[in-house]
Design a protein around this ligand. Structure first.
Ligand code: B12
Length: 212
């Protein structure tokens, strides 16, 4: 269980750049068989949101924020053996940040939730150009495509991406998510058939189960 004490100690070590201690904390939680979604949301996401607030209010530098990001990404890699050991069911999802979107941790979590549920989760990472995305969708013929958006000023890229993908594959299921939608844009999902905005990993998992 991720208690307040564990979280506080983790955050302190994340901010001070103590990767070995952060790693130990995560390994201990994994040994306790803490749910991966719990780890993702209540440890990694909450701490990175707090890092963002500290950075915004000048309590930490950009360098510290970058270090916290890289530690978080390395710890997610630590969990991979638990994610990829599941039996696969022959369903495919492509998960990508849209062009000019450099925040990739949330999208990586989304890809992992697909893997945990037996899907092949093709995670394309940050800033995927539309042309390459289209070619990739063409080559994989996925059941679902997911787009992650963190900064609201990238909404026009998302609109362009949706228009391009939906004009080519009108029946393809597309999921939208990410914190940019706090500032607007959810209505984009209503503009096209089979496009859904999903606001949490739990709802995502329910959706995946229905599609499995
Ligand atoms: C780390 C970070 C960066 C790193 C990212 C590196 C990397 N490898 O990812 C770097 C340095 C690149 C960066 C750059 C910038 N950043 Co920044 N960044 C952050 C920070 C601190 C953490 C992001 C993170 O990992 N969060 C944790 C993840 C797990 O959360 P998440 O992304 O929300 O994902 C969850 C859900 O949203 C959901 N989800 C996400 N995607 C999807 C998709 C689907 C389909 C579904 C179903 C669900 C889903 O699932 C996840 C798990 O629950 C945030 C602070 C914050 N509040 O997050 C700011 C933040 C996102 N950044 C911000 C800004 C402003 C910027 C810059 C413009 C700064 C600048 N002046 O250059 C640039 C923009 C770069 C760009 N073009 O993308 C703002 C955005 C504000 C806004 N109004 O849009 C934030 C909120 C900071 C702040 N408080 O102001 N940043």
């Amino acid at each position: 269980m991720i208690t307040k004490e564990i979280y506080d100690e983790y955050l302190e070590n994340l901010i001070s750049g103590n990767r070995p201690r952060c790693r130990e904390i995560v390994e201990n939680l994994m040994a306790e068989e803490v749910d991966i979604k719990d780890l993702y949301i209540n440890l990694f996401q909450t701490s990175m949101y707090q890092v963002g607030e500290m950075w915004e209010s000048n309590q930490i530098s950009v360098a510290t924020e970058h270090l916290a990001t890289s530690i978080t990404e390395s710890l997610m890699a630590l969990i991979y053996p638990n994610i990829f050991s599941k039996e696969h069911i022959g369903k495919k999802a492509i998960i990508s940040c849209i062009a000019n979107e450099y925040h990739q941790i949330g999208a990586r979590m989304v890809a992992d939730i697909f893997e945990i549920n037996g899907w092949d989760g093709y995670f394309l990472g940050a800033n995927t150009p539309i042309k390459d995305l289209i070619n990739y969708i063409d080559s994989k013929n996925p059941d679902i495509v997911c787009f992650s958006l963190s900064v609201y000023f990238n909404i026009s890229e998302l609109m362009l991406t949706l228009e391009t993908v939906k004009s080519r594959w009108p029946k393809l299921t597309v999921l939208l998510g990410g914190q940019a939608f706090r500032w607007g844009g959810k209505e984009l999902a209503e503009k096209y058939p089979k496009v859904f905005y999903i606001d949490s990993l739990n709802k995502l998992e329910n959706f995946i189960k229905e599609m499995s």
